[in-house]
Design a binder for this molecule. Structure first.
Ligand code: 3PG
Ligand code: MG
Length: 397
C-alpha cells in the first residue's frame, strides 16, 4: 500500500481523530451487539494509540438515522463493549461536534479514549459538508482512517476531514488494502471467483475488473437466475434483474473472450417460497417449473464447483450461493464454506454477508483473509481503490 500509516507519524500526546466503522449489528429487541467483529478488528490500531500515549477520539456511524438523533442508534452500547474488551474506561460524547465535545476532549489525558456520538445524527456527515468536516477536523491534530467498511462513501468524516488534517491509514485499513490489493495484483493461479448473493448489480464492476485476472468464475445465489435467463433457461418465479440480462450476457462473452471458464449451476433446489421452509425439489436447470423459485444450488453443482475449487491456489468468495438465512436452503453455501476452509489455497472472503457466514459457521480462522469491509470491499475490488483511501497521504518513496 502506497499510503502512510499510523506507524509513519508521531502520535504521542497528540489528539488523534480516528474514523472507525462501529456499525455493528444490534439485536432488534434488546439493542445488544450481536457480532462485535468490527470492534475487534480495530483493536490493533486502538491499542497502538493507547501504548503510544495518544489522546484518542473515535468517531463512527451506526445504522442510517438520516440526519436526526435516534435513541436506538446511540453509540453508548459500543463504548461499553469497547471498554469491557480493553479493560479501560471509554467515554461517550453527547454529540460529535460542539463546545461540550470540545470540553470533553480538552480533559483527555494521554492514552484516554473518547467515542463521539453517531456522526449520522447530522445530515452534513453524509452530504460531505465542508464546514461540518472542518468542525470534526478541529477536534484533532491527526486523522487516522481505520473504517474500511465506510471508505466507499465520500462522507465528511471519511474524505472531508483529510482536507484539514494529516491523514494516515490505521492497521485494519492497511491489512484490508494489502489483502484485497494482492488479489488484484499478484494472485497465485489457478484463481477462482465464487460469486453469489441476490443481485448482479452489486458485483458488476468487481466482475468486470477481475474477469481478466481469474481463470474460472463460479456463479450461484440469486444472481445465477439472471445468468440462466440470459441463456434462455426458464427460471420460474426466481427474481431476475431484467435490466441486467445484457450485462450477464456481456460478462459471459467477455469471459469466453478472455479464456475464462464461467460455470453456472447445472442443478438447483427449487421451492414455492423463498422465505420459509417447505417442500423442495432438486432439478436440473433445464427443468425449472414456472411456479417455483431457485433457492440454492443442487448437489451436482456443489460437486462441479468443488472440483474446480480444489484445483485453485487463490479463491475469492463473495456472496452466499443459496438463501442462507433459511436452514433448508443453506446447504450449498455451507458446503462451499467448508470446502474453502479445507483448501490449501489463499482464500479471501469479501462483500455483504460472506464474512458473517464464515463467522456464524466458526470457519473464519480457517480462511486466509475475511474482509470486514462489506460492500466497500467489493467496490475496492471493482476499482482498485476507494475515496477514503485515495484521500490519505501518499508514502514518500
Ligand atoms: C456498512 O455496514 O455497510 C458500512 O458501515 C457502511 O454503512 P452504509 O452502507 O449505511 O453506508
Ligand atoms: Mg452498506
Amino acid at each position: 500500500m502506497n499510503k502512510m500509516t499510523v506507524r509513519d507519524i508521531e502520535v504521542s500526546g497528540k489528539r488523534v481523530l480516528a474514523r472507525v466503522d462501529f456499525n455493528v449489528p444490534l439485536d432488534e429487541k434488546t439493542r445488544e451487539i450481536i457480532d462485535d467483529s468490527r470492534i475487534q478488528a480495530t483493536l490493533p490500531t486502538i491499542k497502538y494509540l493507547i501504548e503510544r500515549g495518544a489522546r484518542i477520539i473515535l468517531m463512527s456511524h451506526l445504522g442510517r438515522p438520516k440526519g436526526k438523533a435516534v435513541d436506538d442508534l446511540r453509540l453508548g452500547v459500543v463504548a461499553r463493549r469497547l471498554s469491557q474488551i480493553l479493560g479501560q474506561s471509554v467515554g461517550i460524547a453527547m454529540d460529535c461536534i460542539g463546545p461540550e465535545v470540545e470540553k470533553s476532549i480538552a480533559s483527555l489525558k494521554n492514552g484516554d479514549i473518547l467515542l463521539l456520538e453517531n456522526l449520522r445524527f447530522h445530515s452534513d456527515e453524509e452530504n460531505g459538508d465542508d464546514s461540518f468536516a472542518r468542525a470534526l477536523a478541529g477536534l484533532g491534530d491527526i486523522f487516522v482512517n481505520d473504517a474500511i467498511g465506510t471508505s466507499h462513501r465520500a462522507h465528511a468524516s471519511i474524505v472531508g476531514v483529510t482536507r484539514y488534517l494529516p491523514a494516515v491509514a490505521g492497521f485494519l485499513m492497511e491489512k484490508e488494502i494489502r489483502n484485497l490489493g494482492n488479489i488484484l495484483e499478484t494472485p497465485a493461479h489457478p484463481f477462482a471467483a465464487l460469486l453469489g448473493g441476490a443481485k448482479i448489480s452489486d458485483k458488476v464492476s468487481m466482475l468486470e475488473n477481475i474477469i481478466g485476472k481469474v481463470d474460472v468464475v463460479l456463479i450461484g445465489g440469486g444472481m445465477a437466475a439472471t445468468f440462466l435467463k440470459a441463456k434462455s433457461y426458464e427460471v420460474g418465479l426466481s427474481l431476475i434483474e431484467a435490466g441486467r440480462l445484457d450485462t450477464a450476457a456481456g460478462l459471459m462473452e467477455e469471459a469466453t473472450g478472455n479464456g475464462v471458464r464461467l460455470l453456472l449451476p447445472v442443478d438447483v433446489v427449487v421451492a414455492e417460497e423463498s422465505g420459509v421452509e417447505g417442500k423442495i425439489d432438486i432439478l436440473p436447470v433445464e427443468k425449472i417449473p414456472r411456479d417455483k423459485k431457485i433457492v440454492d444450488i443442487g448437489p451436482q453443482t456443489i460437486a462441479n464447483f468443488s472440483e474446480e475449487l480444489r484445483k485453485c491456489k487463490t479463491v475469492l468468495w463473495s456472496g452466499p450461493v443459496g438463501i442462507f438465512e433459511v436452514p433448508q436452503f443453506a446447504r450449498g453455501t455451507q458446503e462451499m464454506a467448508k470446502l474453502l476452509a479445507s483448501l490449501d489455497a489463499a482464500t479471501i472472503l469479501g462483500g455483504g454477508s460472506t464474512a458473517e457466514i464464515a463467522v456464524e459457521m466458526g470457519l473464519s480462522d480457517k480462511m486466509t483473509f475475511v474482509s470486514t469491509g462489506g460492500g466497500a470491499s467489493l467496490e475496492f475490488l471493482g476499482s482498485g481503490t476507494l475515496p477514503g483511501v485515495s484521500a490519505l497521504m501518499d508514502r514518500k518513496s
